[in-house]
Design a protein around this ligand. Structure first.
Ligand code: IPM
Ligand code: MG
Length: 368
């Protein structure tokens, strides 16, 4: 039996199509690199709701707690828009994040040279961009209580609570400093300490963790609105950005667009180490379920493939193999093989999801 276990949750929309290519690549690593993975598959999101009446069955949740890594495709779709909040497809994803306690969400925004012209910003601003957003993922306004829509003084009031404890801030700050040491050794922390007490605490705790244990890493602080502005003005000034759940949601979409395509961006959500030393982990593309193109073979599988590369790196410590897979994707792009989202030439023929997968596998073969 393999000592590497994966739970694959393809989910909704384009999730199953892009995940099918990842599964071929998992097999490639098994056959050609002797990396054995024990793979099981299950439902999450709308398809789980259709089957079980809940976007994540308890049995699936339990399985997720047992494996080394969860690979997730995407959740959601218009079919589920009218569902009650508590059973919406997104709740399945949020439950995984919360119950696995995946507090550090790593969202790299890397501009592949072959795609620099796709950015809405000028090539000279984005070429060579390589930043890592570390988003706190299990607390803040996403989960804070009280929350709800209430009746007050004859009208409705919508309420959510931004709440952070010191330990929640400290652990995600540590994750960011650790990552920075392996990259450019710089961290910029973003909050709104000018208007929010939770932001004042955030800034204090990040500074304290830095001064106590990471004084060798260069730390700066920025208000999140100014951070958004600086991300579009001069994104290469950043190395690692650490920020809370809601600001991280916004800033990571912004950073994603700098790179030209949402179809290229992977993510890793990491928690505390398990008994075997590996962190609890879930890997997913940043893009959503794209219901408008689902089932047509048009989706770009690269973000999901690169998410598996992150699994090789962060869950299985196979850094050389992660590099190999990332380089294979880069070579495919450099050769001009492009899915529809990466084509701006009228009349050019886009590569299908499967053709993209074929091309990556061809590059992997060539790398041996
Ligand atoms: C993301 C998404 C999710 C979020 C949704 C699908 C719940 O936007 O992963 O960024 O808001 O966290
Ligand atoms: Mg988002």
């Amino acid at each position: 039996m393999s000592d590497r276990s994966l739970l694959v949750l393809p989910g909704d929309g384009i999730g199953p199509e892009v995940m099918a290519e990842v599964l071929r690549i998992v097999e490639w690593f098994r056959d050609r690199r002797n990396l054995d993975f024990e793979v099981s598959e299950d439902l999450v999101g709308g398809c789980a709701y259709d089957m079980h009446g809940t976007p994540l069955a308890d049995a699936t949740m339990a399985k997720a707690q047992e494996v080394d890594a969860v690979l997730l495709g995407a959740v959601g779709g218009p079919k589920y828009d009218a569902l009650d909040f508590s059973v919406k497809p997104e709740r399945g994803l949020l439950r995984l994040r919360k119950e696995m306690d995946l507090f550090a969400n790593l969202r790299p925004a890397q501009c592949f040279d072959a795609l620099a012209d796709f950015s809405s910003l000028k090539r000279e601003v984005v070429a060579g961009l390589d930043i890592m957003i570390v988003r706190e993922l299990t607390s803040g306004v996403y989960f804070g209580e009280p929350r709800g829509i209430f009746e007050e003084g004859g009208e409705r009031v919508g309420l959510n609570t931004q709440r952070y404890t010191e330990s929640e801030i400290a652990r995600v700050a540590r994750a960011a400093f650790e990552l920075a040491r392996r990259r450019g050794n710089r961290v910029c922390s973003m909050e709104k300490a000018n208007v929010m007490e939770s932001g004042v605490l955030w800034r204090d705790v990040v500074q304290e963790v830095h001064d106590a244990d990471y004084a060798d890493v260069e730390l700066s602080h920025m208000y999140a609105d100014a951070g958004a502005m600086q991300l579009t003005r001069w994104p290469r000034q950043f190395d690692v950005i650490v920020t809370d759940n809601l600001f991280g949601d916004l800033l990571s979409d912004l950073a994603a667009m700098l790179t030209g395509s949402l179809g290229m961006l992977p993510s890793a959500s990491l928690g505390a180490p398990m008994a075997n030393g590996r962190p609890r982990a879930l890997y997913e593309p940043v893009h959503g379920s794209a219901p408008d193109i689902a089932g047509q073979g048009k989706a770009n599988p690269c973000a999901c493939i690169l998410s598996f590369a992150m699994a090789l790196r962060y869950s299985f410590d196979e850094r050389a193999e992660a590099d190999r897979l990332e380089r294979a994707v880069e070579s495919v792009l450099a050769k001009g093989i492009r899915s529809a989202d990466l084509l701006n030439v009228q009349g050019a023929t886009p590569a299908s999801t499967q053709a993209m997968g074929d091309a990556v596998i061809e590059e992997l073969d060539a790398s041996l």
